[in-house]
Design a protein around this ligand. Structure first.
Ligand code: SAM
Length: 340
């Protein structure tokens, strides 16, 4: 039975984090030297993930995105993809990756039934990539993109988090690059989510500024009218190229958010800014019946009232959201645990 929350929002999109581990240390997500990881025994098996996804689907989920951490670090990931791809309720099936390990696995993911791929890529400059991620892996990502295209992923997306003084001079280059490889680039505003311990307001490059920069180079951008709940506002350049901007910081879209997140250890989160989630792993492993779990999920969604990004917008003296000392005590507050 489809459910709606207290603001009338349905449950449709599910982001499943398959691991909290990551091989990059992006400055806006994992800038610290040390992290506390989820205990391995608490990480859900593929069977458990499939079971919970089926229960969530009974309440309306029909779109799934696999994420992390870095999802390609999860061993045998194509097996999970194949299992989920066969679900009759699934309408849209995507994965978000940093692309570092993609070259080896793109064809397997495609064969297993993955429909769409999003690759995070913030810079096209190798030295910059190394500085911003602490890994010299730009050539691997580019190889991964090439392999993805060869494997038949046509609607590739590139996600670029733009931060002032780091890569805000690459907006136009990223548009040109995406066009050259037949992908669509989406620029993401820097968010003050858990994990972004270096966040400060003046590092945010707003949607308005991005549009100014793009207009100066490409001419006026035509907004594309869409009635979807997708986070990106899309625009068309004069030559037909489309781009997206995800303005979660300056123009949040909580009112149309139909997204739930499942962490690698089975905690259901209803908002990127949520301080608490609902542990589904414990009841699942304790043998709770499907109807008990179904009722639990229904009650959680029906009481949902989160508008995290909108509420952050109202905060005057804005700095990083969760103090480091608190983050260190609870891995679930980290963006890399909840899956971006
Ligand atoms: N490792 C994968 C990747 O790099 O795409 C998936 C997980 S990563 C946490 C997912 C997304 O979260 C990335 O595309 C990144 O853009 C986004 N992200 C992480 N921290 C962010 C922040 N502070 N502001 C905006 N986006 C952020």
């Amino acid at each position: 039975m489809a459910v709606v929350d207290t603001l009338g929002r349905p449950l449709r999109n599910l982001r499943i984090s398959v691991t909290d581990r990551c091989n990059l240390r992006c400055h806006y997500c994992m800038p610290e030297d040390e992290y506390v990881w989820l205990p391995r025994e608490s990480v859900l098996s593929f069977e458990e993930i499939g079971h919970l996804a089926d229960l969530l689907a009974e309440h309306g989920v029909d779109r799934v995105r696999l994420t992390g951490g870095e999802p390609l670090l999860r061993r045998n990931l194509p097996d999970l993809v194949a299992a989920l791809a066969g679900r009759s309720w699934l309408r849209d099936f995507a994965l978000t990756t940093n692309g570092v390990l993609l070259a080896d696995v793109a064809a397997d993911l495609r064969r297993a039934g993955l429909q769409r791929l999003t690759v995070s890529l913030d810079t096209l400059r190798r030295d910059r990539f190394r500085r911003l991620t602490r890994m010299d892996a730009l050539p691997d990502v580019l190889e991964g993109l090439e392999a993805a295209r060869r494997a038949g992923f046509e609607a590739l997306k590139l996600d670029s988090v733009i931060t002032r003084g780091d890569n805000d001079d690459e907006l136009c280059d990223l548009v040109d690059f995406a066009k050259a490889i037949g992908a669509e680039v989406r620029f993401i505003e820097y968010m003050d989510v858990g994990g972004a311990t270096h966040w400060r307001p003046d590092a945010v490059v707003s949607r308005r500024e991005m549009l100014e920069t793009l207009t100066a180079r490409f001419g006026s951008l035509r907004p594309i009218e869409e009635s979807s709940s997708a986070p990106a506002a899309r625009f068309q350049l004069a030559d037909g190229t489309t781009i997206g901007i995800i303005s979660s910081t300056t123009q949040p879209f909580c009112r149309s958010c139909d997204r739930a997140r499942l962490t690698a250890d089975g905690v259901l989160l209803l908002c990127l800014y949520a301080q608490h989630g609902t542990d589904l792993r414990r009841p699942l492993r304790a043998g709770a019946s499907p109807s008990t779990l179904r009722r639990l999920i229904q009650a959680v969604w029906e009481s949902r009232a989160d508008r995290g990004a909108e509420e952050r917008l109202a905060v005057r003296e804005r700095g990083s959201y969760i103090p480091i000392a608190v983050l260190k005590k609870d891995a679930h507050l980290e963006m890399h645990t909840r899956g971006g």
